[in-house]
Design a protein around this ligand. Structure first.
Ligand SMILES: *[C@@H]1O[C@H](CO)[C@@H](O)[C@H](O)[C@H]1NC(C)=O
Ligand SMILES: *[C@@H]1O[C@H](CO)[C@@H](O)[C@H](O)[C@H]1NC(C)=O
Ligand SMILES: *[C@@H]1O[C@H](CO)[C@@H](O)[C@H](O)[C@H]1NC(C)=O
Ligand SMILES: *[C@@H]1O[C@H](CO)[C@@H](O)[C@H](O)[C@H]1NC(C)=O
Ligand SMILES: *[C@@H]1O[C@H](CO)[C@@H](O)[C@H](O)[C@H]1NC(C)=O
Ligand SMILES: *[C@@H]1O[C@H](CO)[C@@H](O)[C@H](O)[C@H]1NC(C)=O
Ligand SMILES: *[C@@H]1O[C@H](CO)[C@@H](O)[C@H](O)[C@H]1NC(C)=O
Ligand SMILES: *[C@@H]1O[C@H](CO)[C@@H](O)[C@H](O)[C@H]1NC(C)=O
Ligand SMILES: *[C@@H]1O[C@H](CO)[C@@H](O)[C@H](O)[C@H]1NC(C)=O
Length: 566
């Protein structure tokens, strides 16, 4: 309980806890068959009850096993879950795939299966033809990796049902219920009071990349700052920009863009301290052959850029794409990324340090940057001596191809990334132009927003003049494109609208048996920082405001009591 004393007012905040919603944090996923993002490997696969429309598939065994032929209809979304166990080998990746007549196989999800206990594989499919498909479970590598699969469940959703469930999850994970009460100290109601609420800042971070062209165009700048509160620069904080010539650092572009961001209260995620791809080193770095020399210049780079922007960023990409690439590992040793994270966490201990990868949520066939590999890589970094307590983050770039995105797979990928307990962001979301680009983008963004592990989204987009030519949000006159309309719609929807709430003269007993007199209806508010103003038309002196925060930690229903002294 919090008590505020603001002149002649006391503001008392109560938490009213409903046990059925408590202790959940990350575990509300009504589509998965277990409630947790961290399923352990189990000795017995759990028996789940049949609920709703499901296909139950028989147990089978082998290293590549056809489980069953199923009729899959286009336009629907299929979620699949199965318990998988290995024999003969201790650990191996197992995938679920579909194969149909004249259809190249479709990947739907994967799990690192183990010997001796059952692991949960989650995923799913969206197909663009309606034909019979065989569902396969397949282990990587040798035939000796015999697998057992049990409790396979395939569940069909229409897009409308999928959307409905997303909205239900959003209600639970992004909002809380609040009720206001205004009374005198003697508990009698202050009749006719009105509560006005205005959200200053939404908690959920939804932003957009920016590039140096913002420095050349007032229109781009105005367009940007009137919409977004979060950004990341495309190339301007990269090493090849900041030190194109050895020993000659130049931060002009990044500094000027930081200034725009800071003047307009736009948060910035740093991108990137280092990049593990040899092709994207400054050319003089590529030419270095002496590991000790490389180590020296790398340390200098880390210190230079991180000290320059210390305390001014909301997160840092530390070693970009270090699942796909291994330049620093090859040059400096196997633990290079872990050591860089260690150095970075000493310079910026309080902000998330991201592993940022591509093809992790957007491409189910990916072998290298798959969710399992990203998770393993982050675990490896955190288990390096001294790194146990670093604040990690997972960035999934999310550059989608111009096709129907597999939302069920995306969800299972986010589940896997979220199981680390670090914030998960989509960091560079875009899709090339195609007839359904706007529809698909909306599906992707809603999937991320309705996932409990996701706390931020940055789209890789801009107005035409910015040169972000895949996802163009405004034309050369800065009129919105259809994609721009979508983004503006979501920005409005994910921010609470201002509201005026009348305090009514109802009475009831609260759970402690106290008489509650004069309260507002229960309202559902998006998480964020609010200014609340209390007024009363019959009491001109009764007009004051206070700020408060609606957070997921505060429980499902919060009573805000405003007590008037006189
Ligand atoms: C299955 O249903 C029974 C009876 O409704 C219930 O007691 C049990 O907890 C359910 N099991 C699971 C795993 O949901
Ligand atoms: C796997 O192990 C089982 C016994 O646990 C054995 O019967 C089987 O032949 C083995 N399979 C292969 C392919 O090695
Ligand atoms: C409670 O206090 C208010 C303001 O001082 C007063 O107008 C009202 O009559 C009081 N009500 C009771 C029941 O004492
Ligand atoms: C630094 O970069 C800016 C922007 O690219 C450029 O205008 C300027 O000339 C550079 N300064 C030096 C000393 O090279
Ligand atoms: C690396 O830095 C150390 C310490 O400053 C220095 O002694 C050493 O000569 C440098 N090595 C190279 C190859 O430049
Ligand atoms: C990497 O770190 C591990 C764990 O500390 C250690 O066992 C190993 O020797 C290190 N490898 C190298 C090449 O430094
Ligand atoms: C584009 O914007 C300009 C200036 O705001 C306006 O005059 C014009 O009518 C708009 N064009 C379209 C096609 O909406
Ligand atoms: C809050 O009240 C103060 C004075 O009491 C006023 O200056 C300020 O503008 C108000 N703020 C809002 C957001 O209403
Ligand atoms: C909300 O934001 C205001 C203004 O930005 C700030 O002064 C206040 O401390 C914040 N309140 C909370 C509870 O975070």
């Amino acid at each position: 309980m919090k008590r505020f004393n603001n002149g002649f007012f006391h503001f008392v905040f109560f938490l009213i806890c409903h046990p059925f919603l408590l202790g959940s944090g990350l575990c509300m996923d009504p589509f998965s068959y277990v409630q947790s993002l961290k399923p352990e490997c189990l000795m017995e696969p759990p028996q789940t009850n049949n609920t709703g429309e499901e296909l139950k598939i028989n147990e089978n065994r082998g290293n590549q096993i056809v489980i069953e032929r199923v009729d899959i209809q286009k336009g629907n979304i299929y979620s699949i879950s199965a318990w998988v166990k290995l024999r003969n080998v201790s650990e191996r990746r197992v995938r679920v795939t579909l194969r149909g007549k004249n259809v190249r196989y479709i990947d739907g999800g994967q799990v690192m299966a183990k010997n001796g206990c059952w692991s949960l594989l989650k995923g799913g499919f969206i197909v663009d033809v309606s034909v019979p498909f065989d569902i396969f479970f397949k282990s990587d590598g040798l035939a000796a990796a015999e697998i057992s699969v049990q409790n396979v469940r395939l569940k069909r959703f229409s897009k409308t049902q999928w959307r409905l469930q997303q909205d239900q999850v959003v209600e639970k994970i992004r909002k809380n219920k609040v009720r206001f009460q205004v009374s005198f100290q003697n508990k009698s109601a202050v009749k006719g009071s009105v509560i006005s609420i205005k959200q200053n800042k939404p908690s959920f971070l939804f932003g957009c990349a920016m590039n140096y062209r913002i420095l050349e165009s007032d229109s781009y700048r105005e367009w940007f700052v009137s919409r977004f509160r979060l950004t990341s620069f495309t190339n301007e904080m990269k090493w090849y920009t900041n030190e194109a010539v050895r020993g000659q650092e130049n931060y002009t572009l990044a500094d000027t863009m930081m200034k725009i961001a800071e003047e307009n209260e736009i948060l910035v995620k740093g991108h990137t301290v280092l990049w593990d791809d040899k092709n994207w080193q400054p050319s003089w770095v590529k030419a270095i052959t002496d590991p000790e020399d490389l180590k020296n210049v790398t340390h200098n780079r880390i210190n230079s850029v991180m000290k320059r922007y210390k305390g001014r960023l909301i997160g840092w990409d530390v070693m970009n794409e270090n699942v796909h690439f291994t330049y620093f590992e090859e040059m400096l040793g196997k633990n290079a990324s872990a050591i860089v994270f260690s150095l970075a966490s000493k310079l910026e201990p309080d902000i998330p340090l991201f592993l940022n990868e591509f093809n992790t949520v957007e491409y189910a066939r990916e072998r290298v940057g798959s969710p399992i590999n990203v998770k393993n890589r982050m675990e490896e970094i955190v288990s390096y001596p001294g790194n146990m307590n670093i604040k990690g983050g997972i960035g999934a770039q999310a550059h989608f191809t111009p096709n129907q995105p597999n939302l069920a797979y995306m969800r299972s990928a986010l589940d896997m990334l979220g199981s680390l307990g670090f914030p998960v962001w989509l960091t560079e979301v875009d899709m090339p132009k195609c007839p359904d680009q706007v529809k698909y983008m909306e599906e992707i963004l809603r999937e991320a927003y309705s996932h409990p592990a996701v706390t931020g989204i940055i789209i890789y987009a801009g107005p035409e003049m910015s040169g972000f030519n895949k996802l163009t949000l405004a034309d050369k006159d800065f009129n919105n494109t259809e994609a721009g309309d979508l983004i503006d719609k979501l920005l409005r929807e994910w921010q609470q609208e201002p509201a005026e709430i009348p305090i009514q003269s109802h009475e009831h007993n609260d759970e402690q048996g106290d008489r509650i007199i004069g309260f507002s209806p229960e309202i559902s508010l998006l998480h964020g920082n609010y200014t609340v103003t209390v007024t009363n038309p019959w009491m001109k002196h009764l007009s004051t405001n206070f700020s408060f925060e609606v957070t997921k930690e505060m429980g499902p229903l919060q009573l805000v009591q405003v007590k008037i002294d006189s």
